[in-house]
Write a protein that binds this ligand. Structure first.
Ligand SMILES: [Zn+2]
Length: 73
């Protein structure tokens, strides 16, 4: 059995939500900071650039570090 839709897909009345730059900008900055923080902890938090003493953070994100291709050991 074949169902034929009466709705023309070319004249769909679906409207996309519209956002202004002022609405998106704070979220873009927030997400950018989260990404930079994540990249820091996964890729650079070791040795001279470490915030926390010891290797706990490094060991916690070690597999992610290797998966993303950051130099490690
Ligand atoms: Zn490693």
């Amino acid at each position: 059995m074949i169902f034929i839709s009466a709705v023309n897909p070319l004249k769909s009345s679906v409207s996309l939500p519209k956002f202004s730059l002022a609405e998106i900008l704070p979220w873009a900055i927030f997400i950018g900071l989260l990404l930079m923080l994540g990249i820091y902890f996964v890729g650079v938090e070791q040795g001279a650039t470490a915030i926390f003493k010891g290797a706990y953070v490094h060991e916690f994100v070690h597999d992610s570090r290797h998966m993303l291709g950051f130099p490690c050991h």
